[in-house]
Design a protein around this ligand. Structure first.
Ligand code: PFF
Length: 472
């Protein structure tokens, strides 16, 4: 993920593959591994998953191309990029509000994302200790009961000290890389960690195929039961698609702004969406066989990945090594995404207030730490606090869930609607045609999706998801 000075005044990715890897790094993260299985499990499985895939193809991919296109044309922070496209199209500069909203949403996501990143660090530690105790050859947690493994997660999130401390640690690591200009270290990490991560995920999935519960998992994830496709499930699916593809929060506008003219944005967007969806589905195929064979509840929500996977590693030969490797890779996947999240508001502060990168990143991280601590405490000390409890959508939810719900179910779809309207209807056609890198029927299809399908479908899904009572 190197941003090198390429002679121009603005940093650029060192190559097309650097952009591809960085963007995949931003997209593939906790959203795929932790949030996707949890959301699929809480929203009834197949209907959610199939609608999710439909959303990726018909809404996510077109918006992804629209975002990177704005960024590449603008070559500046997200709001400034939108302003530049607007000015080149003789449109109102107020459109930049779509990106300003995104910058704020990225900041909110960063706050709770790092809390989960902290949980991942905890499991890295658990498996490292276990490797010493259980040895290399056997499974993980030698001689320990399933109950003990399952109790690790509630014990972790129940502790204010651990959750806040690990949140700070994860945020600190993210800050370190963003403050340094996202160069060197992260590029190396993304370069070999992402491919290694794919291989390991695939290997664990194949292992799971023989462990029982696989057929049931396939049925659960891919059987379409139309009656389960309610408004809230559709909203959850489209929100997950945006979360997973880093859309609607100016993330891909920001990354697109470091892209040079030589990159084909459409082809790259398709690869990003393909890789991201594949990882989400593989994560589902890793987690659900274990859920079913161990008789765990599939709607366990945020704890799903952290409770189920350690089970698998207990039975697996070399389980403690594989478990440790796996959580290290989850950590890197999460880090390449949190770096992307911190980069969005940081780039904006640099552009808008001319604050040097290091301080910009520190200011954002400080804010995210305050909100993140409140989110971490919502599982323990502040568990009785339901900040938006008066709104039905957030009834009974703590601060962590409110941050997650507010960003994924409101900010991201709204950001995407505005992006689609802006690129589809407002931006100069010639500019869009030159930037998007596709021609002929494909171009027309994309334009149709961005102009009509994305805004209309999103408004419909938002209304049905937020006001399910209206639809009986
Ligand atoms: N796409 C990331 C994930 O799936 O974990 C989360 C994310 C990263 C969202 C960067 C938004 C963003 F700008």
């Amino acid at each position: 993920m190197a941003l090198t000075q390429s002679g121009s005044t603005r940093d650029h990715w060192s190559s097309r593959s650097a952009f591809l890897l960085a963007a995949i790094g931003s997209a593939v993260g906790l959203g795929n591994l932790w949030r996707f299985p949890a959301e699929a499990g809480s929203n009834g499985g197949g209907a959610f998953v199939l609608f999710y895939i439909l959303c990726v193809v018909l809404i996510g991919l077109p918006v992804l191309l629209a975002e990177t296109l704005i960024g590449r044309h603008g070559q500046a922070s997200a709001p400034e990029s939108v302003r530049r496209v607007a000015s080149a199209s003789r449109a109102s500069s107020h459109w930049s509000v779509l990106a300003s909203m995104g910058v704020f949403a990225a900041f909110l996501i960063l706050s709770f994302y790092c809390v989960v990143g902290g949980w991942v660090l905890y499991y890295v530690g658990v498996f490292a200790v276990d490797l010493v105790n259980s040895g290399v050859a056997g499974g993980a947690f030698a001689g320990q009961s399933a109950d003990h493994i399952e109790s690790l997660f509630p014990a972790l999130i129940g502790s204010a000290g651990w959750t806040v401390g690990l949140d700070a640690l994860f945020l600190g690591i993210t800050l370190y890389f963003v403050a340094r200009g996202v160069s060197g270290g992260i590029e190396v990490v993304a370069n070999w960690m992402m491919p290694a991560f794919f291989v390991l995920l695939l290997a664990i999935t194949v292992y799971g195929m023989f462990g029982g519960g696989f057929g049931q998992a396939i049925d659960y994830l891919f059987t379409f039961e139309p009656e389960k496709l309610t408004g809230p499930v559709m909203l959850a699916a489209v929100s997950q698609a945006f979360f997973s593809l880093s859309l609607g929060v100016a993330g891909m506008i920001t990354y697109g702004s470091y892209v040079g003219r030589n990159v084909n944005l459409a082809g790259t967007s398709a690869m990003i969406a393909g890789a991201d969806t594949l990882v989400g589905l593989l994560a589902g195929l890793c987690v659900f066989p274990i859920v079913f064979s161990a008789g765990l509840p599939e709607g366990a929500g945020p704890g799903l990945m952290f409770v189920t996977l350690p089970h698998a590693f207990q039975d697996m030969p070399f389980g403690s090594v594989v478990g440790l490797l796996f959580f290290i890779m989850v950590f890197f996947a999460a880090l390449t995404s949190s770096v992307g999240l911190l980069e969005v508001p940081t780039a904006w502060l640099i552009d808008r207030f001319r604050i040097v990168r290091r301080f910009s990143a520190m200011i954002v991280a400080f804010g995210a730490m305050v909100l993140g601590a409140l989110a971490a405490l919502s599982f323990n000390a502040l568990s009785g606090w339901h900040p938006l409890g008066f709104i039905p959508l957030f009834e009974g939810q703590g601060f962590f869930d409110v941050l997650d719900g507010l960003t994924a179910k409101l900010f991201m779809p709204l950001g995407a609607i505005l992006t689609a309207l802006f690129v589809g209807w407002v931006a100069d056609r010639k500019l869009v045609d030159i930037e998007n890198g596709i021609g002929g029927a494909l171009h027309l299809t994309w334009l149709f999706l961005v102009r009509f399908v994305c805004p209309l479908a999103l408004v419909g899904i938002l209304v049905m998801g937020l006001f399910p009572d209206l639809f009986g």
